[in-house]
Design a protein around this ligand. Structure first.
Ligand code: FAD
Length: 437
């Protein structure tokens, strides 16, 4: 019923002025590489709702509308933002928020579209057409990492203050889980929130905070009492009160700013705790299924694009009097990679279909995340090779993907953490409960 209402709302939005309209793009002089790398590529996924395992016409309408927005408002500026080490999150989130893309599966009362998670997967897939990893990552942090627990367990007051403006794109959110001494092992975070009257006083620091130099608020995991897992709470913290120590220089994801932040006696009202005090760790674990499927959906599209652009490039680039692509080693390898991409897509759709029916898909989501990280490394490495020296330059998608996608095996649960979870579900992990991210 809720899904039907959401779909109806989506239909109305698609037909209304809220959904993005394509206007003509200005042309310009382009280099050979730009010509090759910016050509529209054809995804190998089924293109119509009739053929698709999980998408309806509404999913396709949503994707098409987002694609237009990406082509007009984001992709023309990606190179500039990559060079600047930051994209204008407030501007881009406002555009996405106005068009409804920051809350597809969030409650309608707070500005969301109230649709099921398969629509988030569709959005994540389409965001993979952005010509860098940093901007989709920051959008994913906003939609599927900082706000799920708030949407599910937060009070109405908290949702009005933080969720609603995050869905409309008026506020940029960041996630404060990882610390200098705690990444994979979330349970060992040290940041403390000590209750004093009706406030918490927060001390500590967070590391690797995506959008940290631009954010208006943080979804913060902190220790609110002694104990082990039940000591942690998720707190919404307005950001101007924290100290941004530095913007971190990174191997990839250049257009996404990453900060280290400190809390030095930061006062936050106790009512800013999401849900129940002490449940923060559990809430964090609950949203990992969605977070990981989102990441897989997103990187699948970029892998498709990288393979397609490599086909285009190697078809026109001649060595020893024939196209690079005509060498069997090259077209066979690209066929292998595309096969692996299709296998991963099947796993993603299966996990998503099961998840929206209410099943626990932790094992499948972990498998997909593991495979996504490893396959991205293979696709990036193999495709870059076939571009020769051009692949080693900064201005082609494949080299950006090679750098950006390395994070997939580290962030939001490293490959080894995924293996641990899978082993736990296979009952092969000797005497260990899975409490790692
Ligand atoms: C660009 C970027 C953006 C990020 N954005 C955010 C953000 O917005 N908010 C946030 O909270 N965090 C963020 N992170 C942090 C990210 O989630 C962590 O980097 C990740 O969880 C790994 O933690 P760590 O870096 O501390 O590595 P560690 O925990 O020190 O792990 C190091 C390595 O140990 C290995 N390892 C881990 N567990 C096991 C195991 N069980 N068995 C064997 N080996 C193992 C893995 O190879 C792992 O890479 C971001 C990180 C980066 C790089």
């Amino acid at each position: 019923m809720a899904l039907r209402e959401g779909a109806l709302r989506l239909n109305v939005l698609v037909r209304s002025r809220h959904f993005y309209k394509l206007t003509s793009l200005g042309g310009g002089v382009r280099s050979l590489t730009e010509k090759v790398s910016s050509k529209q590529v054809k995804s190998s996924a089924p293109e119509t709702a009739a053929d698709h395992l999980i998408y309806t016409q509404e999913h396709f309408a949503l994707k098409e509308s987002l694609r237009k927005l990406i082509d007009q408002e984001i992709n023309p500026y990606v190179d500039q933002w990559e060079a600047e080490g930051k994209f204008p999150a407030h501007k881009i989130f406002k555009i996405l928020g106005n068009a409804g893309f920051l809350g597809v599966n969030k409650p309608v009362e707070y500005g969301g579209l109230g649709l099921d998670f398969s629509f988030s997967v569709a959005v994540a897939e389409e965001l993979g057409n952005i010509r860098c990893g940093g901007i989709p990552m920051a959008i994913g942090v906003q939609t599927d990492m900082t706000t799920p627990a708030l949407a599910r367990f937060g009070s109405d007051e908290l949702k009005r203050e933080f969720l609603l403006p995050s869905i409309s794109g008026d506020k940029v959110a960041c996630l404060g889980v990882s610390e200098v001494g705690a990444g994979s092992d979330v349970s060992s975070i040290k940041t403390k929130a000590v209750r004093k009257g009706d406030e918490y006083v927060i001390n500590g620091g967070k590391m690797w905070t995506t959008s940290g130099t631009q954010a208006d608020w943080m979804c913060l995991l902190a220790n609110t009492s002694d104990g082990h897992f039940l000591q942690k709470s998720t707190i919404c913290d307005s950001f101007p009160r924290v100290h941004i120590a530095r913007k971190i220089d990174k191997l990839g994801m250049w257009s996404s700013d990453t900060a280290e932040v400190f809390f030095d006696d930061v006062h936050v009202p106790c009512k800013n705790v999401i849900g129940q005090e002490g449940m923060g760790f559990t809430y964090q674990m609950l949203q990992f299924q969605e977070e990981r499927l989102w990441a897989v959906a997103n990187i699948l599209t970029t892998m498709d694009n990288v393979i397609q652009e490599t086909i285009q490039y190697t078809r026109q680039r001649k060595i020893f009097k024939q196209p690079v692509l005509h060498h069997q080693a090259v077209h066979f390898r690209l066929a292998e990679l595309q096969t692996e991409v299709e296998l991963l897509r099947s796993l993603l759709y299966r996990a998503t279909a099961l998840y929206i029916k209410g099943n626990d898909v932790t094992k499948l989501a972990s498998m997909a995340k593991l495979k996504g990280g490893r396959l991205a490394r293979e696709v990036g490495d193999s495709c870059l090779q076939y571009w020769g020296g051009m692949g080693y330059t900064s201005d082609v998608l494949v080299s950006r993907f090679y750098r950006d996608s390395r994070l997939m095996s580290i962030g939001a649960g490293a490959d080894e953490v995924m293996l641990g979870i899978i082993c736990k579900y296979m009952d092969t992990l000797p005497g260990k409960s899975c409490n790692e991210r």
